[in-house]
Structure formats: C-alpha cells, structure tokens
Design a binder for this molecule. Sequence first.
Ligand code: RB5
Length: 149
Amino acid sequence: MKIGIGCDHGGVVLKGAVIEAITEVGHDYYDYGTFGQESVDYPDYAEKVCKAIINGEINKGILICGTGIGISIAANKFKGIRCAHVTDEFQAQMSAEHNDANMIALGGRVSDEISTKAMVKRFLETEFAGGRHKNRVDKILRIEEKNFN
Ligand code: RB5
C-alpha cells in the first residue's frame, strides 16, 4: 500500500517512528510535510494528505499534530475521509476493523515512539470486518451525502 504522512511542527519529531513502522510493515510512504520545527497550520497538512487519498495517489494516511485533535478534525471535513484520533493500539485496531478508517491521527506531544509504532502497525495490518459495521459506515456516508447544516 501507499501510505501518506502529514504533520505540523507538533508532530514532526514523531514522524520518524511513523516512517519506521510503515517501512517495517512493508508499505511505501509519501511524506507531505511539514519538514521542520517552524510553526505551521495543521489544516494545511491534513488537506494535502486527504486530497491525495481522494485523488487515489495514496491508499491510507497517518496525520500527526501536537495532540492529534486539530488535524483529525480538519481531515474529517473532507468527503470520503474517515480519520480516527487514536492514542492506543486497541483504538488503532478498532478504527480499521469497525470504522474502516482510512486515516489515523496521532499526537506528537501525547504518544511515545514505541506506542506510535505499535499503533501504526496495528492500523495498517487490520482489515475492515464488514457486515454490521459496513451498514454503520454506510450510514456515515449517507450523512456525508446529505451534508446537514
Ligand atoms: C500547535 O501548537 C498545536 O495546536 C497543534 O499541533 C495541535 O495540537 C492542534 O490540535
């Protein structure tokens, strides 16, 4: 699979662990920035990776900001994106198995390198269970179509 990575300055240090995990699982990674410690705005990097998924350039994405919160909120504004903000391996697994998440968001000021690698691997190695979970994801898609305001 092709895995996109996007982060702000709060996630740039943890990105190394994400890259290690992706390559150890045997996937290719595509880094959409940011690349330095200079302060940037996390929605810009969420947008780059979400558009790459929507355009079919990549299959899944890993986002990182300071907490994982802002960048996940931004990502979930894009049609077709299901981004789960996760802080442990179980959540990472469930996001793929039950929610068919195509992205996870991590906190560079929340998670350490060991748990980050475990979360990324679990997310990438877990298949969507389908069945009743598909019905629920389909309902999310229908909400997205209606775009209530
Ligand atoms: C940036 O300082 C910080 O607000 C951002 O990385 C993130 O934690 C927002 O949710």
